[in-house]
Design a protein around this ligand. Structure first.
Ligand SMILES: [Zn+2]
Length: 394
């Protein structure tokens, strides 16, 4: 992408946004271009994004809805909005990515992975997709940074072959979608950024617009020109939002996880996050393994077994199977998915008991089955076993 090209994008965006009633500013703190519907002066000319934001929770002070919306209801409203704009609705991918560079799907734009990475023919035309994603890099912030989870639904519009003008029209369609779920444009800043990316086919510059709702980042609109070895760059309009973030912004509950856990549930966000993501992996047919998608399955199961084995994990998992079944076509039945998780979680418990009491090794069996086998066929002491289990669970 040449520099003049990029400057054209900025100029065209400013022009377009002004036409839609946005004011254009340069942030006093970070120097980025941003847009706001408000008239800002002096010290208030800040973009409100990341380090320029004084209070990322201030959105909770905005007007609240009378009744809360579930994430699925927010998704439904957005889908209705885009289908009324004549966009095709595409079915999400399985969470296991077989076409691109990541083991798990991390964004809706990966429905183009076969084209970007496997030289498949270009598919033009805009579509809407609600894509479940897993981003392991969020795991360290789940406990400390509210608004973060390792799995979420990326609600997106994607269009390959789009020129920059139609990308801006799609940005405006999203402003309509956000208003439709009750997020008013007056409460947003939209921050422009140029960034260098490389998705494995060569470096390129992306032009991005970040949607910030009173300090809370909800999503971004990216215009990408991805290099290809044997054909011209792929032009992509990629606009995606985190459904659960958006739902939090709509409901303004104290915590992001308030509507992402069972009503009767009590426990840490780390535990609920692990159950949620593990449920998605299991429902998509992932098996525990030592690499790839299966490794993440194994990590979550291990953590749950070590820290949370006395909790109602299987009840929580069932709850999350229900959640994800709204967004993906399950690859296996819920019963089978539950058995798969249970065997993996309890495998660690079995190994511990085995080591503690120097028993014959466990097979692929639940803890109940293992202990029963030890008592009735290996003459292990029923009391020693119960004591060992108690130790495991504390
Ligand atoms: Zn700024």
């Amino acid at each position: 992408m040449s520099n003049s090209n990029v400057l054209d994008f900025i100029a065209e965006t400013i022009n377009f946004m002004k036409g839609c009633g946005w004011n254009c500013y340069v942030c006093n703190a970070c120097g980025r271009n941003f847009f706001s519907k408000k008239q800002l002066h002096g010290l208030n000319v800040v973009c409100n994004w990341r380090s320029c934001c004084k209070n990322a929770k201030s959105f909770k002070g905005l007007g609240k809805r009378k009744s809360l919306l579930k994430p699925s209801q927010v998704a439904q409203k957005i889908e209705v909005h885009f289908s009324s704009q004549n966009l095709k609705i595409r079915q999400p991918l399985n969470i296991v990515n077989t076409q691109g560079l990541t083991d798990l799907v991390i964004a809706g734009v990966q429905s183009f992975d076969d084209i970007i990475h496997r030289a498949q023919p270009i598919r033009e035309g805009a579509f809407y997709i609600a894509q479940p994603c897993v981003r392991m890099q969020f795991q360290t912030s789940v406990a400390t940074q509210d608004g973060t989870s390792t799995s979420f639904v990326n609600v997106c519009t994607e269009s390959m072959g789009a020129d920059f003008g139609s990308h801006l029209l799609a940005v405006d369609q999203w402003c309509g979608a956000l208003s439709r779920v009750g997020l008013h444009m007056n409460d947003f800043t939209i921050v422009a950024r140029l960034s260098k990316k490389d998705w494995g086919t060569g470096e390129f510059e992306a032009f991005e617009l970040f949607f910030i709702y009173e300090g809370l980042e909800l999503g971004d609109a990216a215009y990408l020109q991805i290099p290809q070895q044997h054909r011209p760059h792929l032009k992509i309009s990629d606009i995606g939002f985190g459904l659960e973030r958006m739902t939090w912004a709509v409901n303004k509950t104290d915590s992001y996880f308030d509507t992402l856990m069972p009503m009767t549930g009590a426990g840490t966000t780390e535990m609920f996050d692990a159950c949620r993501t593990l449920a998605l992996l299991a429902l998509c047919g992932v098996r525990p393994a030592n690499k790839g998608a299966g490794l993440q399955f194994r990590r979550f199961a291990k953590m749950l077994s070590e820290k949370y084995s006395c909790e109602d994990l299987y009840g929580y998992l069932s709850h999350y199977f229900g959640y994800w079944a709204q967004f993906v076509v399950p690859a296996i039945g819920r019963e089978d998915a539950l058995v798969r998780v249970r065997l993996e979680v309890e495998r660690y418990v079995n190994l511990k008991v085995c080591e503690m009491l120097k028993l014959p090794p466990p097979r692929e069996e639940t803890t109940e089955a293992y202990l029963e086998r030890m008592v009735y066929t290996c003459n292990a002491s029923i009391y020693d076993l119960r004591q060992a289990i108690k130790t495991c669970k504390t």
